[in-house]
Design a protein around this ligand. Structure first.
Ligand SMILES: [Mg+2]
Length: 99
């Protein structure tokens, strides 16, 4: 089973020395998010649909940096997803987000 702990440990094992540096990781996350945006942008301006394989690869790069940053602050991906779900549910209850 490949869960978020297994993935976190795998990411950690592949980490270059600079991957322990939060500013470096944050810049990496932003750069990879930009690569996702570029793929989606190209899909908007052309008749060609979004290249799903490229998108999958870049989403994985985003996940890698996200996982490393979360780990640096001792969060798992489950912690992140649970916190985000909690925030969104609060917004729904407050009428600030229509579901
Ligand atoms: Mg990339």
């Amino acid at each position: 089973m490949f869960n978020d702990i297994t993935y976190r440990d795998f990411c950690s094992s592949t980490c270059l020395p600079q991957c322990d540096n939060v500013p470096y990781l944050t810049l990496g996350l932003n750069g990879e998010a930009g690569e996702v945006a570029e793929i989606v942008k190209k899909g908007l301006r052309s008749e060609t649909p979004v290249n799903r394989e490229e998108l999958l690869e870049e989403l994985g790069d985003v996940l890698y940096y996200l996982t490393r940053i979360a780990d640096k602050f001792e969060f798992t991906l489950s912690d992140v997803s649970i916190a985000n779900r909690r925030k969104l549910i609060a917004r729904i209850k407050e009428g600030r987000l229509v579901s």
